[in-house]
Design a protein around this ligand. Structure first.
Ligand code: SF4
Length: 219
């Protein structure tokens, strides 16, 4: 296993953590780090951006499988795609890392923050920032904005990539043979990824066929 993890301590003397999880590959490293540091945490799976339903179920079931392995509570939140599409209206052709993604993070974190507030969690964080495909500053901005209305809640903007986190994320994914998604999640990212592949002369994305550890994989 890559570099040793540092012992984690929740900010603001928090005693339990709500982890917004986007998928098993991204949350695996965080989950094992929390277990190792003795942090009491619950997974909150709220990702109505993921399209289509088949892909949503694949990602969710993989996350449930790993949560059960560690005996971690898993909150299966709404798949309210109507709200997601309503908020994405007019942003269909925005590039990844642009304003549609800010909306998407905002929406997922607003619901996570509300759940945290209503269920006594004083700290929340997200697995989204560990992916090198994402803009960490953009994610942290959204996280802080979502937590700001609640005086009893903080967004923990820990850099999960540092200290070998990015490498361990891939190692865990390979060890667990996690399902490997090939696009960010929404229908527009699927469309754009397929366009990119077409321009490279590659086949379209096929859902449910690629798993870490079964061939050469990248994070
Ligand atoms: S590209 Fe990813 S982060 Fe951006 S809107 Fe789509 S699913 Fe959300």
């Amino acid at each position: 296993m890559n570099a040793t993890r540092e012992k984690l301590v929740l900010p603001d003397s928090g005693d339990k953590l709500l982890l917004h999880s986007c998928c098993a590959p991204c949350s695996g490293e965080l989950m094992e780090a929390f277990v190792e540091s003795g942090i009491d945490y619950t997974i909150f799976f709220y990702n109505p951006n993921i399209h289509p339903l088949k892909e949503y179920e694949l990602r969710k079931q993989e996350n449930i499988r790993f949560a059960q392995k560690h005996g971690v509570p898993f909150v299966d939140a709404d798949y309210d795609t109507d709200n997601w599409f309503a908020r994405a209206k007019g942003m269909e052709n925005e590039p990844e890392r642009g304003i549609r993604c800010t909306m998407c993070f905002d929406m997922r974190f607003e619901r996570s923050a509300l759940y945290a507030h209503e269920h006594g969690f004083r700290v929340m964080t997200s697995s989204l920032g560990i992916s090198r495909w994402k803009n960490m500053a953009q994610i942290n901005d959204c996280g802080h904005r979502a937590a700001a209305p609640y005086q009893d809640l903080v967004y923990w903007d820990y850099n999960w990539r540092k200290g070998g986190g990015s490498s361990r994320m891939i190692e865990i994914s390979k060890r667990e043979n996690f399902y490997q998604q090939e696009y960010c999640g929404c229908v527009y990212s699927l469309r754009d990824s397929n366009r990119h592949r077409r321009d490279q002369g590659r086949d379209k994305i096929r859902l449910g066929v690629k798993f870490y550890g079964t061939e050469d994989t990248e994070g």
